[in-house]
Design a protein around this ligand. Sequence first.
Ligand code: GLY
Length: 328
Amino acid sequence: MNSRRSFLQNTLLGGLAAGTADFWAKALPAFEKPDKNAFPVVIATWAPNLKANAAAWEILSKGGYALDAVEAGVHVPEADPRDTSVGYGGFPDRDGHVTLDACIMDERGMAGSVSFLEHIMHPISVARRVMEKTPHVMLVGEGALQFALSEGFKKENLLTDVARKALEEWKVTSKYKPIINVERHDTIGMVAIDMQQRIAGACTTSGAAFKMHGRVGDSPIIGAGMFVDNEVGGAASTGLGEMVLRTLGSFLVVEEMRRGVHPQKAAEIAVKRIVRKYPKQSEEAQVGFIAMDKRGRHGGYAIHPGFSFVVYQREENKVYESAGFLAK
Ligand code: GLY
């Protein structure tokens, strides 16, 4: 290599290397040494999910793996017939089908997802198998069901009498208007950090009640319903998925935290982005985000008041009431 060319190349590479180091030093103040007592920690959407948090804590507090914790945590609402927005007992689509969406991510940035899946009580576990046992990230519908059955999952009827009746009542007017803060629960999103500071996330839902057959929301879409980056933290969403899908909300929250923004502020930025872009729809629909960074700091925010989230940390499982951007 002639000396001028090698000088230019070395200078460029040197500049880039120095610039890169400088960039990371400035951009990532959140990577100061974390407080060891902050771990383990788990955060989830909605107050009734204290029980889901407790199931995750059971694993985390014994030194268990964050991925196992989020899977076990979201199993709680998935199996609860009283929770009409997740798993068994979830309200069906307008044709009477309970169709489920779920996704999961681990500390390596690996991801698995299922969507438009029927008859399987724990879609989150099928999503985990997609991640661990296939070369793919996402399986949908009949293919996802076939995969689940081949993995030994049981085919079940997930439509409860309560949900069937609710559909019959809905058919009287057939007015599609997702309710804000449905009985103070909705999709569960969960992010956990274990004692080894591995971060994992999970998200699972039966989607919007009485949706069109075939509709898929934000929850199974990596970066929309949930996103985790072990270098930064994780985020998850709840509420009307269409608005989160259009803004890739959970990814946005994590990217804001990557720039050093506190999780609370990062969740606020994602909510404000939605309201700014869709002001009319925002008046009538709810979206909420939870966020947690690598240091175990956390936050939550929503378009409207009424959203809550739960955090289990330092032996305490606590409900937080989120503020709403459009509070009257
Ligand atoms: N956030 C759940 C859904 O819209 O499907």
